[in-house]
Design a protein around this ligand. Sequence first.
Ligand code: NAP
Length: 308
Amino acid sequence: MYRLGLVGYPLEHSLSPMIHGSALRIANINGDYRLYPVPPSPQGMAELGQLISKMRHGKLKGLNITIPYKQAIMEYLDVLTPAAQAIGAVNTLFMSDGKLVGDNSDAPGFMADLENIYSKKTVGREVSRVLVLGAGGAARAVVYALGMAGWEVIIAARRLKQASDLVTHILHKIPDLKNTQSVPTNASELNGRFPIRAIDLNELPVFIQQTDPIHLVVNATSVGMFPDIYASPWPEHLELPASAMVYDLVYNPEETLFLHRARQQGHLAWSGWGMLVEQALISFEKWTGIAVPRQLVVQSLSIEGKPD
Ligand code: NAP
C-alpha cells in the first residue's frame, strides 16, 4: 500500500487528495493520499513528530507540508534541496539514500505552468519584466523561480519591509547574482542595480506610469481567495500594464475578480489551477518515480476550461 498525505491546518478545503488520487489511479499504484490535520499546539507538534517517524520507517512514502508547517518542518529534516533552501519553505518530503529530504515543488510547479501557457501558440514568449504582488510564502517561490529563469522581477507588497527582505534573501540564493561583484545587503541599494527589486503597493500607480513595459503580472497575495471573492489585489481604477499577461496564484474561485477584470480589459489571464496540478505532480514523481502526464490528470478531474 503506497501511503501518501498532506500535513497542515486547517485542511478541509484541500484539493490535493483529488489530484493525487487521480495520479495514483493513472499510475496504477495501489495507494491513498490522506489528510493529516495537525493543529499548531504541543500535542500537534508531537503528532508531527510521529508522522516524520512514519516517513523514516517507510510507513509513509511521501508527505506534502502546508501552512503552518512549511518552515517549522525544516528542523526535523536531514537535507534541504537548493530550492527549499533558497525559498525558505518546504512543501514536499521524501526519503533518499536513507535521508529525509525537504523540497519545494511550488517554484518548478509555477514555471511548468508558465511553460505550458507559453507553449500555446496564441501566447508570445516574453521572458522579460514581471510584477509580483505580495511577498509571502508563495511569492518567495515564484520570485525565486522567475529570478532563476532570468526575469527582471519587481515585487509590490503592502509591507515594503517584507518585500525588501525577500529581495535581499533571494539575491543571495541565485548563483549568478551572488557572483556579481559584491552583493549589497541594503535593499534600497539593490534597487536599480540588480534585476529584482521591491516597491510599496501604494506606489503602484506611479510605478506603472513611469516604468518600462511589464510583460507579466502575478498575484501571489491571498486577496480574492474564497470566501473573500469580491476583493482584488489590483486597485480598481488603475489600468493593468498594456498587453501584460496576468497570472493569479489563487485557484479558488477559478475566476477571481482580478482575473475577471483583467479578461474584461482584454488581457490573457490564468488562474493558479495549472500550478496546483503541476506542483502536485512534481511531488508525486519524487515519491513514486512516475511522471504522470498533466493532461491525463486534468482530464480525469474534468477541469477542462482551467489553464491546461
Ligand atoms: P501568505 O504566506 O500568507 O502570503 C500572503 C501575502 O499576501 C502576504 O504578502 C500578505 O501581506 C499579502 N496580502 C494579504 N492580504 C493582502 C491585502 N489585503 N492587500 C495586500 N496584500 C495582502 O500566503 P501564501 O502561502 O503566500 O499564499 C498566497 C496565495 O497563493 C493563496 O491564495 C494560496 O492559496 C495561493 N497559492 C497557490 C498555489 C498554487 O499551486 N496555485 C501554491 C501556493 C499558494 P501581509 O504579510 O502584509 O499580510
